[in-house]
Design a protein around this ligand. Sequence first.
Ligand SMILES: CC(C)(COP(=O)(O)OP(=O)(O)OC[C@H]1O[C@@H](n2cnc3c(N)ncnc32)[C@H](O)[C@@H]1OP(=O)(O)O)[C@@H](O)C(=O)NCCC(=O)NCCS
Length: 89
Amino acid sequence: MWKIFDEGHITNIAVHPEYRENGVGSRLVEKLVSIAKEQGIVKMTLEVRKSNAAAQSLYFKYGFREQGCRKGYYSDNGEDAIIMWKENV
Ligand SMILES: CC(C)(COP(=O)(O)OP(=O)(O)OC[C@H]1O[C@@H](n2cnc3c(N)ncnc32)[C@H](O)[C@@H]1OP(=O)(O)O)[C@@H](O)C(=O)NCCC(=O)NCCS
């Protein structure tokens, strides 16, 4: 996560495929939100691939909501990015 003034930008979260769907991703997001609070961060954001339903669902669970789209954001396949924000951290 990058800290930019009072905003936190989650750059990446990943769990080894053999350990997914066991709550590890949730604990990582919870810890990031906790660190953000300690750092005085008030809003958090991230980009996620449009096709990545698992990650979108994870972030939604922690209060991130879709606020926009970056067309063709991912250079490997030209996929759009969904921009999500969590307010009132
Ligand atoms: C996204 C990722 C980090 C989730 O990690 P995880 O350890 O499996 O997550 P958890 O077990 O804590 O699941 C948390 C929530 O994620 C969502 N989720 C996880 N796997 C899912 C799946 N296969 N399908 C749909 N939703 C899923 C659910 O909302 C779940 O909440 P629930 O358990 O209350 O239903 C993991 O799938 C991953 O590493 N993916 C590849 C990397 C990636 O896409 N990172 C995000 C880049 S922005």
